[in-house]
Write a protein that binds this ligand. Structure first.
Ligand SMILES: *Cc1c(COP(=O)(O)O)cnc(C)c1O
Length: 480
């Protein structure tokens, strides 16, 4: 496909900013460039068709099923997009005066942040939230910094953080970046084993980071015991709640005794995931950690007006400019209010039901190492197929030819040849069945036509790439 530059024909401009006016009339002469600008010349219709065709080459959830485990690539309703596009919000600038009397237009935006914090607190049983972190991993880092601030303030000398091997990969990374020694413990039967925890637990432990449900899609059923054990050594409990669509409306993290939690608004709360952002990873804390939350914090004056409060002497300070990704928060706010408590609980029920339905059907044809009730996702293994020369990656590629996005492969690391499937709450039964039927087809082909699987994908603009070269020496203008 030609690039828009290849399609450029001199003189075929669509329009100029101020038709018939000399540039000097609206741009100060010292700001005018002296050389050619180098942009392509094309008519509006050429441009619209070019980019429409390009967009159709993208794989997106608006077009097809996208069961990428641990990522929640669900369909997000368009009303949340409309809310985020309201000019009253998009035209605000962060340094506009905040208070109404001062000529500020920001009261509505500040109220949205204030309300979202309290809705998230209610949903998870935490005392307060910060909306600043820009994504899940940023939330984790913020959470670990809060742990550090708490222990420092109390005079505790703590150097270690425990992370189970079934946690998300960002957990140990966040703990290490914050300067802690990461102690890994092995899961037993797919979940954290309190005995393994007891072996490494001592008063050097600052906290423990738990992903729940964990990366196998399993609920950690020993949570109460784990909370009790950590409390004994004044260690804090961190809950990786990136995938809240597994427990939302059913369990409140704070009620179980967790001190810190991060949520991924770009997974559960109606911001499209993928494409690299924007994200939002709010962090909620229990009462004893509130003084350390990042600044600014949204506060309410006695007269009911909202403002950004920077006066928190024990705060860990700034973790992002102003207050994070406001547009993502706005979508979450609209989504929570529209669904309400019962609606959010139903989203969870549907996510868990869809995952278990797929797991059940697939387990007749595939190895599922922990084949019991799962939460929002489950992990199958292509070990049996790998023995015959077809690996998880080959199966993922073959799925592309059938019009589906591939599931996550080779993560989590604790299952060999793992295929991690998350159907999400928004897909209907026909879509789930079509995907499973195609996956079963591929498993049959392992015996009947393995060459076709090795050759896949053959229906896409790009076939199998050398993935290292694709990243290191990109060819962006290929005539495909
Ligand atoms: C996605 C995910 C993260 C990381 O979130 P990012 O926004 O990608 O940084 C952390 N933990 C779990 C369990 C996740 O699923």
């Amino acid at each position: 496909m030609k690039t828009i530059f290849d399609k450029s024909v001199a003189g075929r401009e669509g329009c100029w900013p101020c038709e018939g006016m000399a540039e000097e009339a609206y741009i100060p002469s010292e700001l005018l460039r002296s050389g050619e600008i180098g942009l392509p010349s094309a008519s509006e219709l050429d441009v619209v068709r070019h980019f429409t065709k390009l967009s159709q080459r993208n794989f997106g959830v608006d077009g097809n099923f996208y069961p990428l485990g641990s990522c929640t690539m669900k369909y997000n309703p368009k009303f949340t997009e409309n809310a985020a596009a309201l000019p009253g919000f998009t035209r605000l600038h962060p340094v506009l005066p905040q208070l109404q009397g001062a000529g500020g237009l920001c009261q509505g935006a500040l109220e949205v942040m204030y309300e979202t914090e309290s809705l998230l607190s209610e949903l998870t049983g935490m005392s307060a939230y910060t909306l600043h972190p820009m994504a899940g991993a940023h939330g984790e880092l913020t959470g670990v910094m809060l742990m550090a601030a708490y222990h420092k303030d109390k005079g505790n000398k703590k150097t270690k953080i425990i992370v189970p091997d079934s946690a998300h990969g960002t957990n140990p990374a966040s703990a290490a970046i914050a300067g802690y020694e990461v102690i890994s413990i092995e899961s037993r039967d797919g979940i954290v084993d309190p005995k393994a925890l007891a072996e490494v637990l001592d008063d050097q432990v600052a906290g423990m980071m738990m992903t729940c449900p964990n990366t196998l899609g399993l609920f950690e059923k020993h949570l109460p015991e784990i909370v009790r054990m950590l409390r004994e050594v004044d260690a804090l409990l961190y809950y990786d709640g990136a995938n809240l669509n597994a427990i939302m409306g059913k369990m409140r993290v704070g009620d179980v005794g967790f001190d810190i939690v991060h949520l991924n608004l770009h997974k559960t709360f109606a911001t499209p995931h993928g494409g690299g952002g924007p994200g939002s990873g709010p962090v909620g804390v229990s009462e004893k950690l509130v003084p350390y939350l990042p600044i600014s914090r949204v506060a309410k004056q006695e007269d009911g007006q909202f403002f950004l409060d920077y006066n928190y002497p024990k705060s860990i300070g700034y973790i992002s400019p102003f207050y994070g990704n406001f547009g993502v928060v706005l979508r979450a706010y609209a989504y929570i209010l529209r669904l309400g408590g019962p609606g959010l609980a139903r989203a969870t029920e549907n996510a868990v039901l869809a995952a278990n339905y797929m797991r059940k059907r697939l387990a007749d044809h595939f190895e599922v190492p922990y084949n019991r009730i799962c939460m929002h996702e489950f992990v199958a293994s292509a070990s049996a197929q790998a023995e015959k020369g077809i690996r998880a990656l080959d199966i993922a590629k073959a799925l592309l030819d059938k019009g589906h996005h591939a599931p996550t492969v080779y993560f989590p690391l604790i299952v060999p040849e793992s295929i991690m499937i998350e159907p999400t709450e928004t897909e209907n039964k026909e879509t789930l069945d079509a995907f499973i039927d195609d996956l079963i087809d591929i498993v049959t082909m392992v015996d009947t036509n393995p060459d076709a699987i090795h050759a896949a994908p053959v229906t896409l603009p790009v076939t199998r790439l050398d993935e290292t070269k694709a990243a290191r020496s990109m060819e962006l203008t290929d005539d495909l």
